[in-house]
Design a protein around this ligand. Structure first.
Ligand SMILES: [Zn+2]
Length: 249
């Protein structure tokens, strides 16, 4: 047991006692870490800022038997818009919940930390929040080892395969549809967007401008693909969908 340094993002916080909080971090080198931040809810605490939700910071932590303790923290990026704008907060909460639910303490998932930071950056600044989220879902599936097979029909290899099977984790062509009665027709454009997502860096995301139809098609398959792999209902996803329905209504 001892002190260690970690770069991390605050995924979740819970109040503890009078002034403490329990912080769930996703860190670069240790994956998910839970730690107590003593006094962090006091207005003048030096840990107040660095332990706010969605903050990306550098931390000094002390290993404990059950929970670690946050000893010091400094903010790398505060991502303030994610806490001040309801839409951005709903998306960031969903992204954080996906990471929280799909990883266990100690799982490292090398590529997930830079992906999460890049996506929070985009969610804090972009006007294309659903697009950013669909990108994150697809890349998260890849990081977790569930990358959908997008090269063609997963049954016969046909390159034109406009159906997406959540259960089989890939595309199907018209002729092979019987392989999954629940496969969803997403269309050729949505397939192209998925293939672009698969190879594009987050910084290249502003280059794609999918039609509303293609984005809507991706929204019918990617959130469910994540939920199925994670195997639990996601509270933040439900909230986000309710918020979007209210905006449309
Ligand atoms: Zn086929």
């Amino acid at each position: 047991m001892g002190l260690y340094k970690a770069e991390g993002v605050v995924l979740r916080t819970r109040s503890l006692g009078e002034a403490d909080k329990i912080v769930t971090f996703f860190t670069h080198t240790r994956g998910k870490v839970e730690a107590v931040a003593r006094g962090a809810r006091r207005p003048r605490s030096r840990l107040l800022g660095p332990t706010q939700l969605f903050t990306y910071g550098r931390y000094l932590l002390f290993e404990g038997k059950n929970l670690d303790t946050v000893s010091q923290g400094e903010i790398v990026q505060s991502f303030r818009p994610l806490r001040e704008d309801l839409d951005r907060m709903a998306y960031a909460s969903y992204a954080a919940e996906l990471v929280d639910r799909s990883t266990e303490p100690g799982d490292r998932h090398e590529g997930l930390f830079p992906l999460l930071v890049a996506v929070l950056e985009l969610l804090a600044a972009s006007d294309e929040l659903p697009l950013v989220m669909r990108y994150f879902e697809l890349r998260l599936l890849g990081e977790l080892g569930y990358r959908p097979n997008l090269s063609g029909c997963i049954r016969c290899g046909a390159s034109r395969a406009p159906y997406f099977s959540i259960e089989l984790g890939g595309l199907l062509c018209e002729r092979c549809l019987q392989a999954d009665a629940a496969a969803v027709h997403i269309g050729d454009e949505a397939v192209h967007v998925l293939r672009y997502f698969e190879r594009a860096d987050p910084g290249r995301l502003q280059v794609v401008r999918p039609s509303r139809e293609a984005l809507a098609a991706l929204e019918t398959v990617l959130p469910r693909s994540c939920a199925v792999r994670i195997g639990q209902p996601l509270a933040a996803l439900e909230f986000l969908l309710a918020l979007r329905a209210a905006e449309r209504g």
